[in-house]
Each structure stands twice: as structure tokens, then as C-alpha cells.
Design a protein around this ligand. Structure first.
Ligand SMILES: Cc1ncc(COP(=O)(O)O)c(C=O)c1O
Length: 397
């Protein structure tokens, strides 16, 4: 049967995060007490007022198709939000509402990339980026960033990766998986190269309000960036609405129209009830953002300091999102019960099987020296999970 599948589907990599979550769920179903640091979503519930807005929407008959790229009311609320929080001036006609930021990224790539094109990804990158680029027929080109420099971007490394086929540069700040925030210099370097080589910037800002030491800066707010940037944000992480599936792009009208045309034929409108809920959320004050941010910051600081106490773990203090990303390559070549650890996947499997702790390997993020631990879980779980990891790592020869 699989020989009937397209090359497109056969070359696609399944999501690394999903694979770990599945394996951990199987072990849990067999009664094993697993601590999971795999989650890519907040452990908080969607605010009740937002749920109330959705219930009201259903009662008021907002249960039909909406315009393909989203309701005018939601687009107005998004434009208002972008101005209020990100100093970005967009008109509702520049907004396209989709089924999550992942869908927005897919729309943008299907609209702007085709066979022979190249898209630049900074590694470590979010696992989905290369797959979406390949689905659009284009080739990902990787620019390595390193922990020693806080995963910042130099003009020279970016320029070296640009060719006559480059169309797009992916930017993700705060980053999944590193939790790093791109500083002004990195952002300026990206804009300078994009301007010089006439490239489009795809700015994935789905963790934008989850920063702990400094405010988020949208790259489109920098001089020369606005006209060549597609800004992508999401309700998923900031409002704990991962299952509602609402994300959006803000771009030039021309680009918004092209992406809306694609979405109109591919999926049609996003869920009408979720749109109403998002409209309510964005046009009112977030009831819990401060509280959630404080909780994430406390967990982050505990987790990173505790990880750095383990000899061999090297973890940068992340500035945003909810992931710690330790370098664990010091363990490569070491052995446990006759199994030699040679990769992030080997270590992930050992942590799951021997310590009953689920983490995500860094390999699929383009960083095999690392593993990713999400701190979107209770402090109690974090303390217990890190204790388990510490005990196991201390037994490694
Ligand atoms: C960097 C990044 N972009 C996009 C997404 C997708 O978010 P959404 O739920 O809005 O599709 C995620 C989710 O994990 C992410 O980490």
C-alpha cells in the first residue's frame, strides 16, 4: 500500500515530540509512573471567561461558516492587539486567521515557496519548519547558532547561507527549543540581509508574551522590516488555547490576499466558535498572564539551576517560552547497563526507560548535542523529575 503514497508523504518526518509523548503514554498505560517534560503546551486551563465567550457564541448561533480568512471583528481585534502589545500597525485586511500558527506557517510557505527555492532556518529550529519547507517543494538551508553566543545571529553566517534561490528567512523568538530571545543586533542583522537580498522574513512569534527578563520585540517593528515581514502569532501558548486552533498572520495586503486564496481552497474558515472566543480574549485584558508568567519564571529558574548541578549538563538560562535546552554531549560515549549513549535519542530513551522521565531529543531540532525539557508542568513534577535524572546520571560510568 505505501508504494501508492506520494514522495511528498514518504519524505515527511513524524513529529519527534509526538513520538516521545506516545511512548510515555504507552508506559503510563502499563502502570509506570512517568514524569513528563515533553509537553509543548501550558499546563494551565483556558481562562474561564474565554470559555464563557465560546458558550455564548454557540448559544447566539455563531456556528456557521465565516469568511475564509476569519471574521472582520476578530481581524479588528487582532489589529488592535498588534498595535497595543507589539507596536505594529496593521489594518484588518492585512490579517489572515488560520487553524493555529502551524497552519499560518503552512499557508505562508505554500504561497511563497516552490521547487528550486531555498528557505533559511536557524538551527536549533522548531521541528516542523524543515518539513513544511519540503512540503512546499523547497529546500531548507541551515545556519547554525551556538549556545556560547546565546543562540544569536551573525550577519556573516547569514550572508554565507543566502544564494540566488533564497526566498525566505524563518525567525522564531522566543525560540522553541532553546528559549532564547533574539537581541536587537541579531534582528537588525536579519533585516539588513533580507533588505540587501530582497528576502521575505517569516516571523514566528507564538511565544511572544512569554518572556521573563525583557519584553518581546517584533522584527516587523524595526526600520526596513515591515514591508518584507509576515508576522505570525497564536492563541495556543499565551492563552492556553492549544486545542482551539487559532493563529494568524499579519503581512502586506498582497500577501494576505494570496494566503487567504490558498486557505479558502484548502481548509476554508477556521472554527467559528474558536474565532469568537479568540476575539473576546484579544479585546479584553488577559486575566492570568502575569500569574502564569511568574509561575513559568519560577519553574524555569529552579529547573535550569538544578540541571546545571548535574555534572555534564550545560544549560543556558532561557529568556522566554517554556523550555530548558541542556547540552548533554558530555555523556556521549558513556555506558549504562551495557548500552552506549551516542545521541540525544539514546539518552532520551535511557531517561524514559531507566528514570521514567520523558524528555525530547534535540536531534530533530537540528541539535543532537541537546535534549529539550518543558517546564510547563507543576513544580512538584519538576523537583521529582530532576531528582530522578540526577540519580540516574550519577550512575553513568
Ligand atoms: C515555534 C512554534 N511555532 C508554532 C507552533 C504551533 O502553534 P499552534 O498551536 O498555534 O499551531 C508551535 C507549537 O509547538 C511552536 O513551538
Amino acid at each position: 500500500m505505501s508504494n501508492r503514497f506520494t514522495n511528498r508523504i514518504n519524505m515527511l518526518q513524524p513529529s519527534a515530540t509526538m513520538m516521545v509523548i506516545k511512548k510515555a503514554a504507552n508506559m503510563r498505560a502499563q502502570g509506570v509512573d512517568i514524569i513528563s517534560f515533553g509537553a509543548g503546551e501550558p499546563d494551565f486551563d483556558t481562562p474561564e471567561v474565554v470559555i464563557g465567550a465560546a458558550v455564548k457564541a454557540m448559544e447566539n448561533g455563531k456556528t456557521r461558516y465565516t469568511p475564509g480568512s476569519g471574521t472582520t471583528s476578530l481581524k479588528k481585534s487582532i489589529a488592535h492587539k498588534l498595535k497595543r502589545d507589539n507596536q505594529l500597525h496593521y489594518e484588518p485586511k492585512q490579517i489572515v486567521v488560520s487553524n493555529g500558527a502551524k497552519h499560518s506557517l503552512f499557508n505562508a510557505c505554500m504561497t511563497l515557496l516552490q521547487d528550486g527555492d531555498e528557505a533559511i532556518l536557524f538551527s536549533p529550529f522548531w521541528v516542523t519548519y524543515p518539513e513544511i519547507v519540503k512540503l512546499a517543494g523547497a529546500t531548507p538551508v541551515y545556519v547554525e547558532t551556538i549556545a556560547r553566543n546565546g543562540f544569536q545571529i551573525s550577519m556573516a553566517s547569514l550572508e554565507a547561507a543566502v544564494s540566488k534561490n533564497t526566498k525566505l528567512i524563518f525567525v522564531n523568538t522566543p525560540s522553541n527549543p532553546t528559549g532564547a530571545i533574539l537581541n536587537k543586533e541579531s534582528l537588525k542583522n536579519i533585516v539588513a540581509v533580507a533588505k540587501k537580498r530582497d528576502l521575505i522574513i517569516l516571523s514566528d512569534e507564538c511565544y511572544e508574551a512569554l518572556t521573563y527578563d525583557e519584553p518581546h520585540v517584533s522584527i516587523a517593528s524595526l526600520p526596513d522590516a515591515y514591508e518584507r515581514t509576515i508576522t505570525i502569532q497564536s492563541m495556543s501558548k499565551v492563552y492556553a488555547m492549544t486545542g482551539w486552533r487559532i493563529g494568524y498572520t499579519a503581512s502586506s495586503v498582497e500577501c494576505a490576499n494570496a494566503m487567504a486564496k490558498f486557505q479558502g481552497q484548502a481548509t476554508g474558515c477556521p472554527n467559528s466558535i474558536a474565532q469568537e472566543a479568540a476575539d473576546f480574549a484579544l479585546s479584553h485584558e488577559h486575566p492570568y498572564l502575569g500569574k502564569w508568567r511568574d509561575a513559568f519564571k519560577e519553574r524555569r529558574t529552579y529547573m535550569v539551576n538544578a540541571l546545571n548541578e548535574i555534572p555534564g549538563f550545560e544549560t543556558l538560562m532561557p529568556k522566554g517560552a517554556f523550555y530548558a535546552f541542556p547540552n548533554v554531549s558530555a555523556f556521549y560515549g558513556k555506558e549504562l547497563d551495557g548500552v552506549v549513549i551516542n545521541s540525544s535519542l539514546d539518552l532520551t530513551n535511557i531517561l524514559l526507560e531507566k528514570a521514567h522521565v520523558a524528555v525530547v531529543p534535540g536531534g530533530p531540532f537540528g541539535a543532537d548535542d541537546y535534549i529539550r525539557l518543558s517546564y510547563a508542568t507543576s513544580m512538584e513534577n519538576i523537583i521529582e523529575g530532576i531528582n530522578r535524572i540526577t540519580k540516574l546520571m550519577n550512575t553513568l560510568s
